[in-house]
Design a protein around this ligand. Structure first.
Ligand code: G4F
Length: 335
């Protein structure tokens, strides 16, 4: 039995599919009813969906968490709930901090009423800030946003709690991970959806912020495997989860437009409105430890990720999809 907080996000969906394939029963909750509706729809194809119990609830609600843990007695708890948009955290520092620090209640409640549960915490590469790449488990943390600061506090709190109470709790330092289920507020999906709209209308513009920032983009479905592996070890430990290659936002944009035979310079405008007060310049993780100890290694390269996301966004538009898909498929044959 697994409990997943924030189950209606991209990672919640992939983790649910993974755990179902491994025979788990799942209890999951999220505080966003529209995202829960979408999750139900996505899971409707899965013959094992009756093994998932979904609830509407908030990770900051201590009584709700206590009731859920005491009724479900999960073997594993995956804490994915958070206000996870870095840009928004500058305007909403309180909700960002409160959701990040809800891990404290989860740890305390679990220790009190169901201490055998193993707990995974989704930590973030944003904690490294401008620490030089490649970042490892031993790199310095230097948070540059309220989100990064809050997640760092949660990360340190978890390690301290584990040392004090000898429980099984660990944090994955997750670098950017994307998929067709990524929300449009994040740059990868904003780009692929934007290209799909431009291709279908034969016109339009894409307004983005910092094009120079470099991120280590992997596929979410591979990152949830690392989360699961981290809870199957003899000892709980922190791991960097990353591909080891970073690309700039400009490279993401250029690859996407190239796939549909367009030059991004004709469509993309860099707009101050989308810049953040501060932004880590280059997040690029070294996941050698995860490879060595978890035998985890990502296989989906950057180009394939961009292709998959773009094809998924083009799909609703039939004629444009056929045109673009044949170009994309031709380009994958020659690459
Ligand atoms: O897609 P992003 O918003 O992701 P960001 O900020 O790197 O954070 C994501 O990954 C973290 C792990 O490293 C997670 F912890 C976090 O929860 C989230 O999932 O932005 C990526 C880069 C940034 O440098 C941003 O400034 O893209 C730049 N960017 C440029 N134009 C933009 C835009 N980001 C967004 N969201 N929208 C833009 O128009």
């Amino acid at each position: 039995m697994a409990l997943i907080t924030g189950i209606a996000g991209q990672d919640g969906f992939y983790l649910t599919e993974l755990l179902l394939s491994k025979g788990y029963l799942i209890v999951g909750f999220d505080n966003h009813s529209e995202r829960m509706r979408k999750l139900r729809l996505r899971l409707s194809d899965n013959p094992l969906r009756s093994r998932v119990l979904l609830e509407l609830g908030d990770v900051r609600d201590r009584d709700f968490i206590a009731r859920l843990i005491s009724s479900s007695k999960p073997d594993e708890i995956y804490n994915l709930a958070a206000q996870s948009h870095v840009g928004d955290s500058f305007q909403q520092p309180k909700v960002t901090t409160d959701t990040a620090l809800a891990i404290k209640d989860l740890l305390e409640i679990s220790l009190k009423i169901h201490p055998v549960a193993r707990i995974f915490q989704a930590s973030t590469s944003e904690m490294f800030g401008d620490s030089p790449p490649p970042q490892t488990e031993r790199s310095d943390f230097n948070p540059l946003s309220p989100y990064a600061q809050a997640k760092l506090e949660a990360h340190e709190l978890l390690i301290e709690f584990r040392q004090k109470h000898s429980c099984y709790a660990c944090a994955g330092i997750l670098f950017n991970h994307e998929s067709p289920h990524r929300r449009e507020e994040f740059v990868s999906r904003k780009i692929t959806l934007g290209i799909a709209r431009i291709v279908s209308d034969n016109s339009g513009q894409m307004r983005l912020g910092n094009l120079a920032a470099r991120r280590d983009w992997g596929h979410a479905k591979e990152y949830v495997e690392a989360m699961w592996l981290m809870l199957q070890q003899e000892q709980p430990e922190e791991f960097v989860v990353a591909t080891g290659k970073s690309h700039s936002v400009e490279e993401f944009v250029a690859s996407g437009f190239a796939l549909v035979g367009e030059d991004w310079h004709d469509y993309v405008v860099s707009d101050q409105k989308f810049f953040r007060p501060s932004d880590p310049p280059d997040l690029c993780g070294d996941a050698a430890e995860a490879y060595r100890k978890l035998a985890w290694q990502p296989k989906i390269p950057f180009g394939e990720l961009v292709r998959e996301m773009l094809l998924a966004d083009l799909r609703p538009n039939e004629p444009a999809f056929r045109r673009a898909a044949s170009m994309i498929l031709n380009s994958s044959r020659t690459n």
